[in-house]
Every structure is written in structure tokens, then in C-alpha cells.
Design a protein around this ligand. Structure first.
Ligand code: ADP
Length: 255
């Protein structure tokens, strides 16, 4: 627990730092992109070789801008709009999008608790955590497999803590991880997917959100044996207000 706390403090500091850098960086990128566009317009339609360099420059600046956007999203430490949310309805709301995301070769199995799995959280933050874990699971199963999302309510033995816990499991039958990778997955920018595919911010973001909810993330994995992420969140007593909430359109769900 102490280690998770330390990790959370580190994340928060890095988040703030990243946010500051992203902001300044964005201003610089605006200058770079603006000047590239200006220069580009001077060339008109001429077939100068310099045009190619200029287009490369513009492309790189655009990619950098996309990365900065992601950084800013990650560093936003807002607690969002906190309400009583049923994790089960979040999963139900995402199911059709997840199906599409996973494609034909990955089967989605959903096994939800009979009782509402209520927690005090921001609905879209929970969506983001589940999406990030699902995207990783998909990437870990290039040849297909099974992604299982399950929830359970657990009694709490801790008198000081909440009465119960909501446990969310995201389990895949993918490639798994060795110890060297497993140790680093929550580090910002750690990715094994290469700079074009991965940002290394998915799990850092998920970790930060879970931590702020007073929960924990645990990982079980081994090479070739798949991966299970177990999230334990403090149960919240009460009725949800957004039972009939319609799921967000895909474009609005942050990945
Ligand atoms: P990204 O997905 O951009 O690489 P993440 O922070 O989401 O960033 O994940 C970091 C790394 O953790 C991944 O690059 C991958 O090596 C590893 N990882 C995460 N989830 C899984 C999984 N379900 N199976 C295998 N490896 C995983």
C-alpha cells in the first residue's frame, strides 16, 4: 500500500510537470506549424524538393500536437463530475463499442454482479479506465482470444474503510508480460508498442484514476499465459442517478 501511495505521489508530480511542459510545448508547436504553413504557401505549386521537407516538418508537428493533447488529458487532475455510478452500467454502456473495438477474432465475455456495483466516481473516468484496459487486451491478442470483464462485490474486513469493495476484473488470453515489463507498466511513457502505436500513458492514466477513487490495481500475468487486471474500488451505498444514461458516441470516449 505504501508503495502504491508513493507511486501515486510520483504520478501526481509527473502529471503536473507534464501538464506544464505540454502547455509550453503547444505554444511552440503553434509557431512551428504556422511558419511551416506560411512557407508552404510561398512555394505555390512549384515542384521544389524543399516542399517535401516542409511537408515532413508539418507532419511531425501534427504528430507532436496529437501527443501533447494526450499529455494534457493525462495531466488533468480534475476529479470530474463525481456521482454514484454503477460499474455494471458503465460496462453495459460500452459493450457494443467494445465489441467493435475487439473485432471478430476476440470474444467478449461479460459477467456482472447481480447487485449494482456502485462506486463514487466520474462516469467518463470509469469509461476511460475500462477502454484503456480493453485496448491493451486487444493489442495483446493479435491472433484472437477472449476478453472477460467481470464484477463482484466483496465484503470488507477493514473497519476503518468502506463497508464493501467493488472488484472489477479485466482478463485477457493474450501474450502476457515478463517481470521486466510488468514492473514498469504504470510508468508514464513506458510502452513496448513503439512510438507510433503506443503512448505509454494508458495504464498511467488508469492508475491515477483508480488511485484517486481510493482503489487499487493489481496485475496477474506471465508470458504466454494472458493478463488479468484486478481493480478494487470502495463500494458506495446509494442509488445511481444515470441508470438510463445513453452511452457516449465512440468519438467522445477518450482512448
Ligand atoms: P501503451 O498501450 O500506449 O503502450 P499503456 O500504459 O497502456 O501504454 O501500457 C504499457 C505497456 O504495458 C504496453 O506497451 C504493454 O507492453 C504492457 N501491457 C499493458 N496491458 C497489457 C496486456 N493486457 N497484455 C500484455 N501487455 C500489456
Amino acid at each position: 500500500l505504501e508503495q502504491q501511495l508513493l507511486q501515486a505521489q510520483k504520478m501526481e508530480a509527473i502529471g503536473r510537470l507534464a501538464g506544464g511542459i505540454a502547455h509550453d510545448f503547444n505554444n511552440l508547436l503553434t509557431i512551428i506549424r504556422g511558419n511551416a504553413d506560411l512557407l508552404r504557401s510561398q512555394f505555390g505549386d512549384s515542384a521544389d524538393a524543399a516542399l517535401e521537407y516542409l511537408d515532413d516538418l508539418r507532419l511531425a508537428a501534427d504528430r507532436a500536437a496529437a501527443l501533447v493533447r494526450q499529455l494534457l488529458m493525462f495531466s488533468r487532475q480534475s476529479s470530474g463530475q463525481v456521482e454514484i455510478v454503477d460499474v455494471n452500467s458503465v460496462i453495459r454502456g460500452l459493450a457494443s463499442m467494445l465489441d467493435r473495438l475487439l473485432g471478430e477474432r476476440i470474444r467478449l465475455v461479460v459477467d456482472l454482479s447481480a447487485e449494482p456495483a456502485t462506486v463514487l466516481a466520474d462516469y467518463s473516468h470509469l469509461e476511460q479506465v475500462i477502454m484503456n484496459l480493453a485496448v491493451n487486451a486487444r493489442d495483446a491478442m493479435p491472433d484472437g482470444g477472449v476478453l472477460t470483464l467481470s464484477t463482484r462485490l466483496l465484503p470488507s474486513a477493514d473497519i476503518e474503510g468502506p463497508q464493501r469493495w467493488v472488484q472489477l476484473r479485466v482478463s485477457d488470453t493474450g501474450v502476457g508480460m515478463d517481470d521486466a515489463v510488468k514492473e514498469r507498466i504504470f510508468e508514464p511513457f513506458f510502452t513496448t508498442k513503439g512510438p507510433d502505436k503506443g503512448t505509454g500513458l494508458g495504464l498511467t492514466t488508469a492508475f491515477g484514476i483508480v488511485q484517486r477513487l481510493g482503489g487499487q490495481i493489481h496485475v496477474d500475468t506471465a508470458p504466454g499465459c494472458g493478463t488479468t487486471f484486478t481493480l478494487t474500488l470502495p463500494w458506495a451505498k446509494g442509488q445511481t442517478v444515470q441508470e438510463s444514461r445513453t452511452p457516449l458516441p465512440p468519438a467522445l470516449v477518450r482512448q
